[in-house]
Write a protein that binds this ligand. Structure first.
Ligand SMILES: [Zn+2]
Length: 426
């Protein structure tokens, strides 16, 4: 019965996917490993996918650094702390006695980082000693390489190891830095992304939530769904009080009551989507539901404009929370764990963390694997659901095991994800 339910949901999901993805290939043909190796799976190359990424960033921010004449301006929010908005993500500046710390480095185009630097120089001519991001999405981290070239040390959460984002130092759970009278404490909070952090400045009672909070959400749900957000909220509430200045990843400054209100609305929206999905509604139907839209009403910048990005955010919420993975045996899971050498020579690792299978490649990607069958897994943990999969081909005759990463053709923004086949080497 459970399997039947899953299959029905799987078919439903495929149908929904078809309605929002123009050219998603759902046909899985079993080929010998040698055939996989010579077969290009996908027509978009890395440059084209990077263009998609930029297009999405523009669609999201409505603020194109190339054409916009707007400059970036830092405004004071506490004694030594400044905030700059525009160009997508909010950025923070901490002024210490001998140097500066930048929270976020803005978009992936150098123009954005240059404008951010010009804004910094209007506040202080001290050296930018450190850059830290709330997470690896490009609208927050895209200028890291630019500031590294200018001499800053870029600090990142441990999972940045599996991203293409420039950084020098990594921390796992928690990091504390001091800049003059200001203490900066970063906590790993894997909700919006697996490398998300929240950054607390206790002396000034300010907290940077990154995209775990946006006054203009919907933002990407993340692989851990509602349970990830509950843990992050618990942590944030343990660090804050009614006077704390809460800086969202995007949108206007807020306080703890705004954070709680946002979280409640997000939970209600998630719940409503779950109810409608359980009734068999499509993503488009869910997006048009009046009760679901009413929950979004109080939030600036969120409207059901029917855009692909809005629909994908709903699909993300469904994937992270309401698609039950099928249960596969520990023996099969353990057989998949190991290292696979791709045609490029790079290594994809399958590891088990907290009982969950994770796929990762250094300098490239990290994602949770959600079982769709005993051999096929959805990659969860990317910005926006796109139907990327990993499929294992187990050849018991010559005892070889291969994995194939497949990327659907449309709306691909993760240009760093490498597609193709790898053979297990250990
Ligand atoms: Zn983000």
């Amino acid at each position: 019965m459970k399997i039947l339910k899953y299959l029905c949901r799987g078919i439903l999901k495929t149908l929904q996917a078809k309605s929002i993805r123009t050219a998603l290939s759902v046909v899985v043909t079993v080929l010998p490993i040698s055939a996989y190796a010579s077969e290009p799976l996908h027509s978009l190359n890395a440059v084209e996918r990077q263009k998609n990424q930029l297009a999405i960033q523009y669609e999201y921010t409505k603020d194109n650094p190339i054409t916009s004449n707007k400059s970036i301006v830092f405004n004071k929010i506490a004694q030594n702390i400044y905030l700059a908005k525009y160009y997508g993500a909010n950025a923070g500046l901490v002024v210490g006695k001998h140097g500066l710390l930048l929270i976020e480095s803005k978009g992936m185009l150098e123009e954005g980082a240059q404008k951010l630097l010009a804004a910094v120089r209007k506040i202080s001519d001290k050296p930018i000693k450190y850059v830290i991001n709330t997470h690896s999405h490009f609208d927050h981290s895209g200028g890291n390489a630019f500031f590294a070239q200018k001499g800053a040390i870029v600090i990142a959460q441990e999972n940045y190891r599996f991203t293409p984002i420039a950084h020098h130092l990594r921390f796992d759970k928690k990091l504390t830095l001091t800049m003059g009278s200001e203490e900066i404490v970063a906590y790993h909070a894997p909700s919006h992304t697996l490398d998300s952090t929240i950054i607390h400045l206790p002396s000034s009672n300010v907290i940077f939530m990154g995209d775990n909070f946006s006054s203009s959400w919907l933002l990407y749900e993340g692989a851990n769904g509602g349970s990830g957000y509950r843990k992050t909220m618990k942590l944030a509430l343990s660090l804050t009080d009614s006077k704390t200045i809460v800086v969202p990843g995007h949108g206007e400054l807020s306080h703890v009551d705004g954070l709680i209100k946002n979280d409640k609305a997000k939970s209600a929206f998630r719940k409503k989507i779950g109810q409608l999905f359980a009734k068999g509604w499509t993503v488009k139907q869910i997006s048009e539901n009046q009760a679901a839209q009413d929950i979004l009403k109080n939030y600036q910048g969120v409207k059901n404009d029917g855009s692909p990005i809005h629909l994908k955010k709903i699909q993300d919420i469904i994937d992270a929370n309401f698609i039950e993975p099928i249960v596969i045996s520990k023996a099969i899971q353990n057989r998949y764990v190991g290292q696979y050498k791709m045609i490029s020579g790079k290594i994809v690792e399958i590891v088990k963390v907290d009982g969950k299978l994770i796929a990762r490649m250094e300098g490239s990607f990290i994602a949770q694997l959600k079982a769709m069958s005993t051999t096929r897994f959805d990659l969860v943990g990317f910005p926006y659901t796109q139907g990327e999969t990993i499929e294992f081909t187990d050849n018991r005759v010559d005892n070889t095991l291969a994995l194939t990463i497949k990327i659907p053709e449309s709306f691909v923004m993760n240009y760093w994800l490498e597609e193709g086949t790898g053979i297990k080497i250990k």
